[in-house]
Design a protein around this ligand. Structure first.
Ligand code: B12
Ligand code: SF4
Length: 513
């Protein structure tokens, strides 16, 4: 069977793992990439997005490659995009369509109602997608495959979730070629993951849902590949692709010290390229920071989320103290590791004073970059119940979250002072650029009240101010995507407006008889 993945804007490890599994089972896989220009986390302009829209190019590409199955990897944010495109594909090709990933796994009963979605895979997809591809010609069998939800008219078939993959070393390496062959700029930085699951259970995160609702009794949730298995992948990749940096996309790379040190020793010896990882303050100490630095870690990202310890414990189910956060930032900074702290706005019970304290805290501790996002409620996460108890969400809001209608709204509820929260978001862009004494005066005067609400732009500006040419491959990929696809679309538009004689005015192609 020929399975075509349709992907939006970024390289996706899920697609790479699934492509490997399908190819090993004898199927053919390809990729259609929607660059989503001006419709991403950093830039959102409706008109420009429309001008640079690639929907029809994807349809043309799909028609020419004649897939037997079209597959989407879907998070809540790209769900509206996926549905729009799936509807369009269904009209043009009448091909079966499968959705997998976090959003359909969280609310399969909502997603399966969509007319263009024929199958859903809940949870890990390798086994289920191969079974589906093997049996596509026989819908009766497809309706019984574990992890699959299928439908026949209005009848929905819901199958049990199979046990979690216990031994991650048994998985073949992800198929990087599916992205790199078509979009070579992604090969600048190598992304990989050494684990699945997380040791924590924060209320706003999908892991709380996976652990408590989807996977209880289905095996160990937190799993890690052996150091040797990860190193073997990286050695192979380094020899095959000439990348300049590595990104670890684990929830927390450093949660198992013994594993970490063994891995870092091998990494330093065999790979030794600058790398980025997500960490957690609970696992940071002098020794781990020193070992990370030695192995060439240049950037560490940590979710701090809130500096109100009570709120953190009661609302977010996180127990780390502010003292721990302070010491983690200082340790990373003194080791010369670029420290990024992510924080959340609009949390239940959060007050303006909490955020003013946060400004003061960061003014003194000075991480290298700060991000401040409005809490987005993801379907069926625990924090939704908490927000309802605090009357911040109504049942109707929850319905909209499950339907995926809130994808672009960063603000849901919040306290009455929420408009000032957005101004604090703007202040954060300049906070680290100003001297400590000046910030102290400005914070005391609550100067942020006169700042504009820049919304997403604040986030984009702070990202732009913190660009590191040497190994900031995220930024390089972002630029490359815009350069490549904006140029291509502009050329297409110009060709259509000013066709050369002998060219088809509509398509810009040479007329044939
Ligand atoms: C790495 C990562 C990223 C990377 C790459 C994202 C990507 N598209 O791959 C980056 C940094 C770019 C990123 C961006 C974002 N991310 Co992110 N990210 C992750 C993280 C930490 C790991 C994902 C991963 O690669 N896992 C490894 C792969 C192998 O596992 P997997 O993705 O679960 O895939 C398996 C199954 O889900 C299934 N599956 C997945 N897709 C498909 C498709 C088909 C057809 C089938 C059959 C099966 C299937 O099979 C796979 C293999 O078993 C997850 C946390 C998590 N635990 O999932 C958050 C997570 C997915 N991200 C999240 C969010 C919110 C975002 C952003 C919206 C943030 C933002 N504001 O920009 C963007 C969205 C970008 C996008 N369009 O996808 C949320 C999503 C919540 C939700 N309900 O939607 C998560 C769950 C974290 C959380 N807060 O709980 N993210
Ligand atoms: S530590 Fe991070 S990944 Fe783990 S549960 Fe909390 S938010 Fe999710």
């Amino acid at each position: 069977m020929h399975i075509v993945f349709v992907s939006s804007a970024c390289e996706t490890l899920a697609i790479e793992y699934l492509a490997t599994a399908l190819k090993q089972a004898g199927h053919k896989c390809s990729l259609c990439f929607d660059p989503q220009l001006f419709n991403d986390t950093f830039l959102y302009y409706k008109r420009l997005h429309k001008f640079f829209d690639y929907t029809e190019d994807i349809i043309t590409e799909l028609k020419s490659c004649k897939p037997d199955l079209v597959a989407f990897s879907v998070v809540s944010d790209n769900y509206p995009w996926a549905i729009r495109l799936a509807d369009r594909i269904k009209k043009a090709l009448q091909v079966p369509i499968v959705f997998g990933g976090v959003h359909p796994s969280s609310v399969p009963d909502y997603v399966i109602r969509q007319p263009s979605v024929d199958y859903i895979v809940v949870g890990e997809g390798e086994g289920a997608l191969v079974d589906l591809a093997d049996n596509l010609g026989n819908p009766a069998i497809c309706r019984t495959i574990p992890n699959i939800w299928a439908k026949n008219g209005t009848e929905v078939f819901k199958n049990e979730v199979r046990p979690l993959i216990e031994d991650l070393d048994a998985l073949p390496f992800p198929d990087k070629g599916i992205f790199y062959d078509k979009l070579p700029f992604f090969a600048e930085g190598y992304i990989t993951i050494t684990s699945r699951g997380c040791v924590n259970k924060c209320t706003f995160c999908n892991n709380s849902l996976y652990k408590d609702i989807i996977y209880p009794g289905k095996g160990r949730f937190m799993r890690r590949r052996s150091p040797e298995n990860v190193l073997a992948e990286l050695r192979w990749a380094k020899a095959t692709y000439n990348f300049s940096a590595v990104h670890f996309w684990d929830e927390i790379l450093i949660s198992d010290k013994k594993w970490l040190f063994e891995f870092l020793d091998g990494y330093k010896k065999d790979i030794n390229l600058p790398f980025t990882a997500c960490i957690h303050v609970n696992f940071i100490d002098e020794e781990s920071v020193a070992r990370l630095k030695e192995a060439n870690c240049w950037q560490a990202i940590m979710g701090v989320q809130s500096l109100n310890e009570e709120l953190k414990k009661n609302i977010l189910n996180r127990r780390e103290s502010n003292e721990k956060v302070r010491s983690a930032i200082l340790l990373l900074r003194s080791a010369g590791i670029h420290a990024i702290c992510e924080n959340m706005l609009g949390l239940p019970t959060q007050t303006e004073d909490d955020l003013v304290n946060m400004l003061s805290f960061y003014n003194e501790t000075r991480p290298n970059r700060l991000s401040l996002y409005f809490l987005r409620y993801f379907p069926r996460t625990k924090i939704i119940d908490i927000a309802m108890e605090h009357k911040m969400l109504t049942p109707r809001d929850v319905e909209e979250i499950n339907e995926g209608l809130t994808a672009r709204s960063f603000i849901q509820g919040g306290t009455i002072t929420i408009k000032n929260f957005a101004r604090i978001q703007t202040y954060l862009v300049v906070l680290l650029a100003l001297p400590k004494w000046l910030n102290r005066v400005l914070i005391r005067a609550r100067i942020y009240k006169v700042f504009p609400d820049l919304g997403m732009l604040a986030h984009s500006i702070s990202r732009l101010l913190d660009r590191h040419k040497e190994y900031d491959v995220d930024a390089a990929n972002f630029m490359a995507r815009y350069r490549l696809f904006a140029r291509k679309k502009l050329a297409d538009r110009i060709r259509t407006l000013f066709p050369r004689p002998g060219l088809n005015k509509k398509t810009g192609h040479v007329k044939t008889v």
